[in-house]
Design a protein around this ligand. Structure first.
Ligand code: ZN
Length: 463
């Protein structure tokens, strides 16, 4: 049920737009009216009899964050000691690959997805793209249906990035049967099914499907990559994958294909405005220019890149080259919290440190990347900004916490002060999905209990 809403008296409104338009000029009022899931008016507004007023005194208002790359199943794999100090490749072999065996039952995937979605909602995130690669030929349940169902129950906008692999990476010794590759025709048939059942096209859709083989270089054969691209474009869906997260991707492409990863993707029809890649930490200037020229986008995941010691993506250079840049938390096995406000804080910090330049990126730009940037990267044009006619996906952050006392510029508080935000309300598609820091009607105690039970089971069954 959507209700008409009026958000009144906010201290500041960030629009999600870039440059001078990043901050709403509130001289004409900063109230926001929501009707039928969309923003109907912005200005100095008086309440109608039939609308609910949300008093945003001492609050700042942003568009809901758009998280463009996640692995929700990893929400039960945080801080596993065997992988806590490992870099990407040994970490993959120590955590995500062997722990796939614990997701042989639907319940584990559902609880994990629920944890991740709940965390994101509480951080002000309203759109989630889940790079879900837990598929294998004889899987006993429909993993796509499980994650869509969890997203729908919590009221969040959701894109399934349908991953998978047609062969194992040679470095994975004795992987569990849950890592068995799917033949290409099975992957494509299952993508067809997902598109038929779940995909809604259009700027305001609540559910999307994207074709997202896990990595272009290691998860399938080059010819299959081209087939997947053509298959997705035939269905009218977008393409996504991991790329150049560590230097190993670059070295592999150079040694095996004698080209850069971006050139390899170009040769197999995997560049364009309907394609985005997670990470892209290790890119040459020529690759950055090619991403800008083709409008190939990136999910920037600074916390995961820090955690796995992968490096720092050249985001300032990408912005200079007009590459579409978005923010994402990545899976919780390499980023122990799915918190988009925290991710934005890290993005704001890490480029300044890496460049030794305090002007390398500003908070307004980070907010833009985490909102409209995500919408641009995923081609989801109805979301990501607070403008009349756009989707009512809105986060209202309370600054009633000593963390924010003393701030001279409250508008950027949720990003520059870091830490956990407190949402007075989060609205998705015109519906209140978080209220006073909690999810209405949601049993958090039960989720805590389920998480503890499943973690204890995994620990008891790990040698
Ligand atoms: Zn990832």
């Amino acid at each position: 049920m959507t209700t008409n809403l009026l958000i009144k008296n906010a201290s500041a409104v960030m629009t999600g737009l870039s440059g001078h338009a990043a901050r709403l000029d509130t001289t004409q009022g900063g109230d926001i009216r929501v009707i039928g899931g969309k923003i109907a008016a912005i200005g100095r507004l008086t309440p109608d009899a039939n609308e609910r007023v949300i008093d945003a005194t001492d609050c700042v208002v942003y568009p809901g964050w758009v998280n463009t790359h996640h692995h929700l199943f990893q929400s039960l794999l945080k801080g596993i000691p065997a992988g806590i100090n490992l870099a990407l490749l040994p970490w993959l072999s120590a955590v995500p690959v062997p722990y796939r065996r614990f997701f042989d039952r639907e319940e584990a995937l559902r609880i994990a997805a629920r944890i991740g979605i709940v965390e994101l909602l509480l951080s002000g995130c309203t759109t989630i793209a889940d790079h879900q690669y837990h598929y294998y030929p004889d899987i006993a349940y429909n993993a796509s249906e499980a994650v869509f169902s969890e997203a729908e129950k919590l009221g969040v906008r959701f894109s399934l990035l349908r991953g998978g692999q047609t062969h194992m990476r040679i470095i994975d010794k004795q992987p569990p049967k849950e890592c068995t590759p799917e033949p290409l025709d099975l992957i494509m048939r299952r993508i067809d099914d997902d598109v038929r059942r779940f995909h809604e096209s259009g700027d305001f859709s609540m559910r999307r499907v994207v074709s997202a083989i896990t990595t272009p270089t290691w998860s399938c054969k080059p010819d299959e990559l081209r087939e997947l691209a053509r298959h997705a474009r035939g269905l009218g869906i977008h393409l996504h994958s991991h790329l150049s997260e560590t230097y190993d991707y670059v070295r592999y492409c150079r040694e095996v294909y004698n080209c850069t990863p971006i050139d390899f993707c170009e040769q197999h029809e995997w560049l364009g405005k309907d394609v985005w890649f997670a990470h892209m930490v290790h890119l040459s200037q020529a690759e950055i220019a090619k991403c800008g020229a083709t409008q190939t986008g990136i999910s920037h995941c600074p916390q995961s890149n820090c955690r796995l010691a992968s490096g720092v993506a050249p985001v300032p250079e990408m912005l200079e080259a007009n590459v579409p840049v978005s923010l994402a938390v990545d899976g919780a096995a390499s980023n122990e919290a799915a918190d988009m406000a925290n991710e934005a804080h890290t993005a704001w910090m890490v480029h300044r440190a890496a460049k030794q330049n305090a002007a390398a990126i500003d908070a307004e730009t980070v907010i833009h990347l985490g909102t409209q940037g995500g919408a641009r990267v995923m081609g989801w044009n109805g979301i990501g900004t607070l403008e009349v006619g756009k989707a009512a996906d809105i986060a209202i952050y309370s600054l009633d916490h000593p963390r924010y006392f003393g701030l001279h510029d409250v508008a950027v508080g949720p990003v520059v002060s870091g830490g956990s935000v407190h949402c007075k309300a989060v609205i998705c598609n015109g519906r209140i999905v978080v209220e006073d820091g909690a999810i209405p009607g949601f049993d958090m105690e039960q989720l805590k209990h389920d998480a503890k039970r499943l973690v204890a089971m995994m620990i008891a069954n790990t040698v």
